[in-house]
Design a protein around this ligand. Structure first.
Ligand SMILES: [Zn+2]
Length: 145
């Protein structure tokens, strides 16, 4: 079976990165030996890879910084929302305690500003953001070994 140049060219990047199987790479090598066009493609691939190599370290650094920044932003967002929701929940419950609820003569409970349900909503947000925070920090740890 003779492989078409198209197939070889699909395999070339894998061959170049040495991530394809031994069988595939020997097929590619066999084809390259008799196909100057594909050999040229491989040369091109080498050039493409090698030319930005000078800045490879810089690119990696930039990538690291940007992923770290993204992670930091995510975790600080989670931390911020955790803190704010906790504060808001506390404020709701405290002000509820200060203002107090009133039970009307006919038995209906009058809550000022619906503080308790709002407080519970903030509590829920707090729990969710705490969980997010845990997940993010765990991922963070897993990534920075
Ligand atoms: Zn070819």
């Amino acid at each position: 079976m003779k492989l078409s140049c198209e197939v070889i060219r699909d395999l070339l990047p894998l061959y170049f990165d040495k991530v394809c199987s031994n069988d595939s790479s020997s097929l590619v090598e066999k084809h390259l030996a008799e196909c100057p066009q594909c050999m040229k493609e491989l040369e091109k691939l080498k050039m493409d890879i090698e030319s930005p190599k000078i800045t490879d370290g810089e690119v990696q650094l930039m990538k690291n910084i940007s992923t770290k920044w993204k992670k930091d932003r995510k975790s600080s967002f989670a931390k911020g929302s955790m803190l704010i929701s906790a504060l808001a929940a506390i404020i709701c419950f405290v002000s509820y305690n200060i203002i107090g609820a009133e039970v009307l003569p006919d038995g209906t409970l009058v809550e000022p500003f619906a503080l308790i349900p709002i407080g519970y909503v903030f509590l829920l947000v707090f729990i969710i953001s705490t969980i997010c925070n845990l997940i993010i920090s765990r991922k963070h740890k897993a990534n920075t070994y």
